[in-house]
Design a protein around this ligand. Sequence first.
Ligand code: FES
Ligand code: FES
Length: 169
Amino acid sequence: MSLSISLTINGSTRDIALDDPRVTLLDLLRDRLDMPGTKKGCDRGQCGACTVLLDGKRVNSCLTLAATLDGAQVTTIEGLARGDDLHPVQAAFIDTDGFQCGFCTPGQIMSAVGLISEGLAGDDPERIREGMSGNICRCAAYHGITLAVQQASRRMAEAEADDREGDAA
Ligand code: FES
Ligand code: FES
């Protein structure tokens, strides 16, 4: 039996026929839609490597059934940069050496984007570590990851303040 869903992924709406109602969002992205940026670490909700934004909120895509997502908006790591312009969180990970092998990095970055947009990042490293605690890094690049979230959070807040000033002028 096939089931049809419509998903908006990184701004493009796609109609997708699922031949297996048990397929996860992670497998759909990687195996069916040729979007391998989202990584499969544990496939059981323990590592955060598969983190994407679903309607703006962070989820483990390995635990999310695609069949439940009709009409949803999904953002993956492939959807962050604008051409050659990296998202501020991506740029911050590079600036602070927030990775080593890079396997966990797409999930870390998506989680950081979610954390910042939830307004929960702030500048406190302890709070950031807590907010990012669902994302495991086997290379233990945690120091750089925390610095990256701090830097991106600060820069995005500054850019927003500049925009507001520009609008008010
Ligand atoms: Fe989804 Fe590990 S692959 S949490
Ligand atoms: Fe290697 Fe995180 S950078 S697992």
